[in-house]
Design a binder for this molecule. Structure first.
Ligand code: FMN
Length: 190
């Protein structure tokens, strides 16, 4: 029996949903048994069954939780936090983001703090996918999911998760170099 991985996500435009799907593909390829859920209306007790956890939402508001995520986050606080019921469970975060906003992908930290308060152990750096996947980020995200499973099972070492991904690291996920970014800037693109 593979590692039982629970993925919970929220998404409005589909970007973060696709991240959840790609990470699930990678994780399943690395031998995990994956169950994925939309956070809307979901109770955090679903996490009690998990041997490993991936949580993701688009960064919303002004660097805040997505509206579909907030009740799930509150449910985690109510149910799991006081007795640290996720003690030692391997976990990681993935978010949608957009550098046009001041708090770039800050939902990564919000999710990680909640997971840590519930006792979970963050195994690798949170993934920030800006606006929409491309072929490069799809490959990266499948690998991110597979690596997470290998870290959770001890096959790979734990990766420091702070500081969170910078804009430049998020560009690397999309296969965009600093030169590309400057050229895009000159052409009036973000
Ligand atoms: C109302 C609104 C607020 C947002 N606020 C932020 C923000 O504070 N920081 C950020 O990095 N991205 C922010 N974004 C960008 C989204 O996180 C980004 O577009 C994401 O890819 C959407 O994911 P989805 O397609 O899964 O809904 C915001 C988007 C919207 C529509």
């Amino acid at each position: 029996m593979g590692l039982k991985l629970v993925i919970v996500y929220a998404s409005t435009g589909g970007n973060t949903k696709e991240t959840a799907e790609l990470a699930a593909e990678g994780a399943a390829g690395a031998g995990a048994e994956v169950d994925s859920y939309n956070a809307y209306g979901l109770d955090a007790s679903i996490l009690l069954e998990a041997q490993a956890i991936l949580l993701g939402e688009p960064t919303w508001g002004d660097g805040d939780h997505h509206a579909d995520w907030s009740p799930f986050d509150e449910s985690m606080a109510d149910l799991l936090q006081e007795q640290r019921r996720l003690e030692g469970v391997p976990a990681a975060a993935f978010v949608g983001c957009d550098r046009a906003y001041r708090n770039f992908g800050r939902a990564v930290e919000l999710i990680e703090y909640r997971l840590e308060e519930c006792g979970a152990k963050i195994m690798q750096q949170g993934l920030k996918i800006e606006l929409k996947h491309n072929d490069h980020s799809r490959v990266f995200t499948r690998q991110w999911g597979a690596d997470f499973v290998r870290r959770a099972t001890g096959e790979l070492p734990r990766q420091p998760h702070r500081p969170a991904m910078t804009r430049e690291q998020a560009d690397a996920v999309m296969g965009i170099s600093a030169t590309d970014r400057n050229d895009r800037g000159k052409r009036g693109l973000r």
